[in-house]
Ligand binder design. Sequence first.
Ligand SMILES: [Zn+2]
Ligand SMILES: [Zn+2]
Length: 565
Amino acid sequence: MTNTQLGGFVAELADLMALDGAGRRRVSHYRRAAMVIRRFDHSLAELIETGADLSRVPGIGKGLAGYLGDLVRDGASPRLERYRGRVPPGLPGVLRLDGVGVTRARVLWHAGIDSVEKLGNALANGELRGLHGFGPAVLSRVQRGLAAMAALSGKSLLSEAGRAAEKLVTSLRGAGLVVEVAGELQRRLEIVATVDIVCGAESEEVWAEADNCPGVTLGSRQGSNPIEVSLDGVRSRLWAVPPGVIGAVVHHLTGPPAYLEALADRARGMGLELTPAGLDGAGEASGTESTIYAALGLPWIPPELRNDATTLARADHGLPRLVERGDIKGDLHMHTTWSDGAATVRRMVQAAADRAYRYLAITDHSPSTGVVAGLEAAGLRAQAAEIARVQEDYPDIRILRGCEVDILPDGTLDLDDEILSELDVVLASVHSVFAMTAARMTDRIIRAMENPFVDVLCHPTGRKLGRRDSYPVDVREILHAARRLDVAVEVNGGPRRLDLDHRGLCLCGELGVRVVVSSDAHSVTRLDNVNYGVDQARRGWLQSSQIVNTGTLGEVSGWIGRRRR
Ligand SMILES: [Zn+2]
Ligand SMILES: [Zn+2]
């Protein structure tokens, strides 16, 4: 059993206990424990099997150690079953919705609304009006939450789709097959409806090899190609094609249709025909992407840019060299055990050094975040001493002192200028109080950016995929202000955030707004979330020169010092 699964069981227990009416303190202990477990570095199941005493792991404690032991040894827990018996099965799902906490979920339950589906119906039928705690602001928040949930329903986050596909692709390649990823995953969409995997081999061989891969469930095979596949629950299709046309098929499946149509139009104008197997009439070697584009007089267009006819119009004027993962020289947004991160400063620094970064910023939360205990000025100064000690041991990587400061509802910051002036880099974020008009939210954020110590505006729209849409905000106006004030905006690589999205990033490129690509890592492994940020920056047509943290340490320090003189 993985730590993610174990953390999931602890989170489920916390939800059930809360819905059942358990005390706030116990529940929040369990919720924190779930986070600790998910981010734990070693396999807890292995530790349990070797007889280690988990009750001594900070954040777990005695009660949970027994629970985890039951789960690992028996795959079940009497305690969990007891709670499952007390709470309607659909009710914990309601808790996932933005705007519905435990109190409101219990109100719904008493009103007979005990699943997301019933909640959607009740909302549509106006049955929530008058229910305690469901004023107009909450109702519209719930509505947006339902929409966000529906957008992800049956689909996968890019990170989940990518991990699932990689497992199968690695397994098939290990068997000697030629395998490519196509479709939405190849275009790096933030939400993937279907993963497409294409093999250049006989179908029977492909199906047989896929069947051997753990976590793979093959759909009906009778005469169909592709076959439907579930990869660890991620909806996928597996295609078997002749090896000679795999490049063209991958291109075709990568689409999207509007883009392929525009490309087919162009081919027709040249007396050629674009088919799923390549270009007809363009001679022998028209079965690969590069030959297709060459025959059409176009540069090869990276999948992340493929959208519709406008892509081709832009490509005719030449393509930028899009930013790549290798261009990123440091990460300016991460958390440690000083706030809600799982790893110490030292471990985050080591992990950044392992990724050959030249610099990193430690940016724990300020106090107001609400969910976690953030750092006051005194805490930040104490952290500075630790950073200085770690810095001595890592001469090749520069540790920047930073903070992710909350933007309060009136646009002021959660820490005063005196402490901010001591930091190397200041990030500003909205983490709470989303219920305001777009005009007020926009003013709030711009006011925060006007503080001369703010360097980066983080996750500017506040969306969380599958949970909540963006808060109402005028992104264009924010970006104009960012340009005027020379504040960078972030593309946050957290798979649920990916905020700004590609449209906002395109606008950054047009307006000349600097962008920071960051991981917002709360653990060592999540530093790699920066990759998803790079994907979205590429979808936004951004080049390395437009991104702050592709710069050298000297360049970044120079930029950070720009407004503080
Ligand atoms: Zn944040
Ligand atoms: Zn953060």
